[in-house]
Write a protein that binds this ligand. Structure first.
Ligand SMILES: Cc1cc2nc3c(=O)[nH]c(=O)nc-3n(C[C@H](O)[C@H](O)[C@H](O)COP(=O)(O)OP(=O)(O)OC[C@H]3O[C@@H](n4cnc5c(N)ncnc54)[C@H](O)[C@@H]3O)c2cc1C
Length: 489
């Protein structure tokens, strides 16, 4: 049995705690904030509940597997609700598309809105994403990342590389398959799922629409943050101890071997394995002395951050679905603003509205909770502590929403703002980045921080390390780390 210290009770840290406790290890989790979940949390104000991080749950099989192998099935711990349509996309020219998770309904919807050719192009896009998923899942996504050379030498590498197209960008491959301009905007938006620019992000992100179609888009009753809570309950039930308000100052290392962690209050906790669920930049800049990895990370740009409004509204909005995306007139202008030389916010960004039709998330039937998110640069580019700027930007976003036909201002009962500064403070995300470093290169997936390190006994898990951000990837990363550690003797 190993004594294992996990730094951070984000979803990755909690998933690792569940699995390793089930494997018989002695597990302690140290979380600097007063709550579990990191970015994945649900907050409540006057009876209105909001997912302040993930609001869309995909590939639930990752967590189904974890729960099944560690006790009662996931569905006994929480209620999954299939979203179909998964999204309504509203374009600035007035076009609207109901985007279904089920293939037949989606093809019909695209045919009705943009014509049969557009639908068959989209089908080809999904098929390409499916091929990519088939070749990337086992050797790349669900396996520890090796050196570039070891990957190139792997048998079948050339065949797989042709499918994954590492030389192409998401936009490049998307536009070579789909010519309908509205659908091209939907493809571009998948880059923002990894906090990146579609003009630079890898073509392999085509796996995202494939995953949404094949494995569905899901809500969790009461909020997606419930996932973090049930992970913590399961970890504790298996014997893990979760210490909140316990900030880790350093990882203790002697002669290249981990010996424990030191808390900010000076307390030393011995452990022969340490797993950092903190952002990789924080781990390698602050928790250990690792100049090479630290310098490598410093060269990469931070992922996008987000500015969110939590709106508790009187009354209901007729026809509003669970997820609505309001695309801007000029999507390129938004990417230029976010990823240009001087990143800044723009007046007309893409606006995502999540309004779950979930009685557990509103105070009464004649009310609704909106989580409104726009992508923004993080704290290194904008002073998000400037109250006047934040107030002004909040009003601009509400103006935009109203300009798109939604009456909001008169109905507000709760209006909370979450800026990149909150994200940085509350989940220790450097710069407020949603996904660690941006995947702004065609080979970004191969250059992420690995789950294992050169220091014996030190591992990394979470959205900023392999295989990347988002709940499914983070869960798969935890699985990779737990496999590497193995069963207790
Ligand atoms: C606004 C927003 C929307 C998102 N939408 C989606 C979505 O719809 N679907 C989806 O799948 N994903 C989404 N994501 C991404 C998803 O939330 C993350 O990829 C995932 O939750 C990250 O988990 P993690 O394991 O990396 O931990 P994190 O959430 O990053 O948590 C890390 C934890 O470590 C703690 N910590 C850090 N340093 C220390 C230290 N020194 N000592 C002790 N504790 C420490 C932090 O306090 C934090 O609790 C979204 C994220 C955000 C912010």
């Amino acid at each position: 049995m190993s004594s294992i210290a996990i730094i951070g009770a984000g979803v990755g840290g909690l998933a690792a705690a569940v699995k390793l406790s089930a494997l018989g290890h002695d597990v302690e989790v140290f979380e600097s904030s007063a709550f579990v979940g990191g970015k994945c949390r649900t907050e409540e104000f006057n009876g209105y509940r909001f997912d302040v991080g993930p609001s869309l749950f995909t590939l639930p099989a990752v967590y189904r597997d974890l729960f099944l192998k560690s006790g009662a099935p996931l569905e006994e711990e929480l209620t999954l609700v299939a979203l179909d349509p998964a999204f309504e996309y509203r374009f600035a020219d007035g076009q609207r598309l109901n985007y279904y998770a089920s293939r037949g309904d989606l093809m019909q919807s695209i045919t009705d809105t943009f014509g049969a050719n557009a639908a068959s192009d989209w089908q080809r896009l999904i098929d390409r994403g499916s091929e990519m998923w088939r070749v990337a899942r086992g050797p790349f996504i669900q396996s520890p990342i090796g050196s570039l050379w070891s990957m190139i030498r792997r048998s079948g590498f050339l065949r797989d590389a042709r499918i994954i197209a590492p030389h192409r960008t998401l936009r490049g491959i998307g536009r070579s398959i789909v010519s309908e301009p509205h659908l091209q905007m939907i493809i571009d938006r998948y880059a923002t799922y990894t906090g990146s620019d579609p003009r630079k992000a890898p073509a392999a992100l085509l796996t995202i629409p494939y995953i949404e179609h094949t494995f569905g888009a899901w809500h969790i009753s009461g909020g997606v943050g419930t996932l973090s809570e049930v992970l913590a309950v399961r970890a504790r039930a298996l014997g893990a101890r979760i210490h909140l308000s316990s900030d880790v100052a350093t990882i203790e290392i002697h002669d290249g071997v981990v010996t424990g962690i030191r808390l900010s209050d000076g307390t030393l906790r011995e452990a022969n394995i340490v797993i950092s669920n903190a952002d990789a930049s924080h781990t390698f800049n602050s928790l250990i002395d690792a100049p090479r990895e630290s310098a490598r990370l410093a060269k990469e740009s931070a992922s996008l951050s987000g500015f969110a409004l939590l709106l508790g509204l009187r009354g209901r909005t007729p026809g509003l679905g669970h997820n609505t995306v309001l695309f801007p007139t000029d999507y390129n202008a938004e990417f230029d603003a976010l990823f240009g030389e001087h990143p800044h916010v723009i007046a007309e960004p893409t606006i995502y509205i999540c309004s779950p039709d979930d009685p557990e998330m509103r105070p009464h039937a004649d009310s609704e909770s909106w989580f409104v998110l726009v992508n923004t640069p993080g704290t290194e580019f904008i002073d998000w502590e400037n109250d006047a700027f934040v107030e002004d930007y909040k009003n601009k976003i509400i103006d935009q929403i109203e300009a798109r036909g939604f009456q909001v201002r008169e109905r507000i009962e709760v209006c909370e703002v979450r800026t990149p500064a909150h994200l940085e403070r509350e989940s220790r995300a450097p710069g407020g980045g949603i996904y660690g470093k941006a995947g702004n290169s065609r080979t970004a997936a191969l250059s992420r921080t690995k789950n294992t390190t050169k220091i014996r006994g030190l591992y990394s898990v979470g959205g900023s390390v392999h295989p990347g951000g988002g709940l499914p990837m983070v869960g798969m990363g935890a699985e990779i780390v737990c496999k590497a550690i193995g069963q207790a003797n």
